[in-house]
Design a binder for this molecule. Structure first.
Ligand SMILES: Cc1cc2nc3c(=O)[nH]c(=O)nc-3n(C[C@H](O)[C@H](O)[C@H](O)COP(=O)(O)O)c2cc1C
Length: 192
């Protein structure tokens, strides 16, 4: 099964693009085929449309989102790469989750109990924060990590591991070296 990489960054030369570059390099050197959804590059429409508003009874899914849902069903490994913006994620990724990880596809309710429908899949999430990792954990209560790991992917039944890279302000050589070390290590254990 081909891993599916979901990338949400406006492509400036920085930490996330370095992570994506390392992920591509790893796949190339290990001859692993993968799919990539680059949300900014494809100008993904992040607005949940009226007919897609499933809590109001709209279960319509656009052609592109159906294709993406098929890609998700066809893999057991999801890789997300994005920066933390305002304790969360870039708006384009939030909109992607709103429109793709919808009721009846990613979860359902049995009575009042939510049931994740994407059980059996796992995810590796690369998050970058401007704050140092320890400050992010202690002072910001690790919000963005909990959001993606528990509230979003966990809710849908996906087991996620989060690799947070902190102190991402200006991309320095030291940060590049850290990313070049961390990414292959995390991928190796994720892809086992
Ligand atoms: C709109 C915006 C909001 C941000 N919000 C946060 C935040 O809530 N917490 C934090 O630690 N860093 C925050 N940052 C810093 C980014 O996380 C940081 O610039 C990014 O991880 C660096 O990755 P890049 O070089 O790939 O852009 C924010 C940056 C921007 C542009």
């Amino acid at each position: 099964m081909k891993p599916l990489v979901i990338y949400a960054h406006p492509k400036t030369n920085g930490h996330c693009s370095t992570i994506l570059g390392e992920v591509k390099k790893y796949f190339k050197s290990h001859k692993i085929k993968y799919d990539l959804i680059d949300l900014y590059a494809e100008k993904y429409d992040a607005l949940l449309h009226e007919k897609e508003h499933y809590t109001a009874g709209g279960y319509s899914v656009s052609k592109r989102n159906k294709e993406i849902q098929k890609m998700i069903l066809a893999t057991d490994k999801l890789i997300f790469i994005y920066p933390v913006w305002w304790g969360s994620m870039p708006a384009v990724l939030k909109g992607f989750i709103d429109r793709v990880f919808v009721g009846r596809f990613a979860f359902k309710f049995r009575g009042k109990i939510p049931v994740g429908l994407l059980k059996g899949k796992k995810a590796l999430v690369f998050l970058t924060t401007g704050s140092a990792s320890w400050i992010y954990k202690l002072i910001m209560s690790n919000r963005a990590v909990k959001l993606i790991k528990n509230d979003i992917l966990g809710f849908c039944g996906v087991k996620a591991k989060v690799c947070q890279i902190g102190g991402c302000t200006k991309l320095t050589d030291a940060q590049k070296i850290k990313i070049q070390k961390v990414v292959p290590l995390r991928l190796r254990s994720f892809l086992k």
